[in-house]
Design a protein around this ligand. Sequence first.
Ligand SMILES: [Zn+2]
Length: 131
Amino acid sequence: MNNPEDRKDFAEKISEMCNAFGRNPRPDLIGSFFQQLIEYPLIKIIQAIDIVIKKRAEMIDKDLFSAQSLPSVPEIIYEVKKILDRKKVGCVECDGTGWILSDEGPSQATARPCKCRLKAADSNQDVGGTS
Ligand SMILES: [Zn+2]
């Protein structure tokens, strides 16, 4: 978060989260969350908070006490990191490189395009056509 506008949007999101859990969104609480999450992009923090809130809702039948507890900073960071990792890797087969190294021997280190790369090429050709 490096935009001054981010702080306002962040405070609104934390207030929304506090209200969802029946907590008072005190300025010192919002400030504490802000200081601990400042290094992460606001958009990812908002997505992560939504994920944590959704997970809480799914917990209600099993563990009412935990389901009603206010999400913590480490829980939010955990989800932010998952979102950032997913975006970076993209494809699990090639780790997002688009190429898979063949293992036909050390002297024949060749790479073949990954399925995700072929898929991307296909979808480019489909532009304007019927599918
Ligand atoms: Zn791939």
